[in-house]
Design a protein around this ligand. Structure first.
Ligand code: AMP
Length: 259
């Protein structure tokens, strides 16, 4: 496994690989890797010849009052996990933006509701960095997690609208045994909050069994009862999508519905 921290070097290496016919699979991450990320990596291994895992906490997708400086950075541990998974390259650049960077990708439809409403910088930053990573790794395939359902929708739309020659693969959400979706931010939960957190997913799962008109009121009532502060709950494309605050930590999740 090779650690690459320089963007030009990354591009040179993959171009050489492409000339030799290698099919390149990218797994974009912000590091602090957990089993959820590893499930993406294992899927990626089956989809091509070289797996590139990018580890980059993208400043452009954090709002001014968000947790960019607090976001966990655990590169040594991430590298050990990637080595164990037989990843070919970890691309962990220190910075991907020129000081006067001024070009952005803005998706104007599927990015507008849900997380896009409460985090207005999120998808412009995410789409832009993902486009940069696609160019820098020359990936044929990229694997994303269903946990960030809206991010998948935005990236799929960008790929379609801007004619990227890349296949997007979406991997199901990996959960802790108690149902909590794995996330790098779960480590911010206090022990008391961690004990309450699985109720978020439990409420979503129970809600889909309610009569259609009662689903949203049920979720609002139950989440409040467990001490969550609701950011949003919306039904989009056959999924119940929600975000909540538990103390200072924001959790997102989604669950398939049948209507
Ligand atoms: P992040 O490092 O949080 O930006 O996530 C990097 C990628 O891993 C994204 O495509 C996420 O959707 C995906 N991911 C994060 N958590 C999970 C999970 N619990 N199950 C599956 N994929 C996940």
């Amino acid at each position: 496994m090779q650690l690459i921290q320089n963007a030009k070097r990354m591009q040179k290496l993959v171009l050489r690989g492409k000339r030799d016919g290698k099919r390149i699979v990218l797994v974009p991450t912000m590091g602090a890797l957990h089993e959820g990320h590893l499930s993406l990596i294992r899927r990626a291994k089956k989809l091509g010849d070289w797996v590139v895992v990018s580890v980059y906490v993208n400043p452009a997708q954090f709002g001014k009052r968000e947790d960019f400086s607090k976001y966990p950075r655990t590169l040594a541990k991430d590298l050990a996990l990637c080595r164990r998974e037989k990843v070919d390259f970890v691309f962990a650049p220190k910075n991907l933006y020129e000081a006067d960077h001024s070009t952005w990708i803005e998706e104007k439809k599927v990015s507008q509701d849900r997380c896009g409403r409460s985090r207005p910088d999120l998808f412009r930053g995410a789409a832009t960095v993902v486009a940069k990573l696609f160019h820098l790794t020359q990936a044929d395939v990229a694997v994303f997690g269903q946990k960030d359902a809206q991010q998948c929708e935005v990236i799929e739309r960008m790929v379609r609208d801007l004619n990227f020659l890349i296949k997007i693969v979406v991997q199901p959400t990996l959960r802790e045994k108690d149902g909590l979706a794995m996330s790098s931010r779960n480590r911010f939960l206090t022990p008391e909050e961690r004990a309450l957190a699985p109720n978020f997913f439990k409420v979503l799962r129970l809600a889909v069994r309610q009569p259609k008109l009662k689903v949203i009121p049920f979720i609002k009532r139950e989440l409040q009862r467990w001490g969550f502060k609701l950011d949003y709950v919306e039904v989009v494309k056959g999924k119940l999508c929600a975000a909540v605050w538990l103390g200072k930590t924001r959790l997102i999740d989604n669950y398939k519905i049948r209507w």
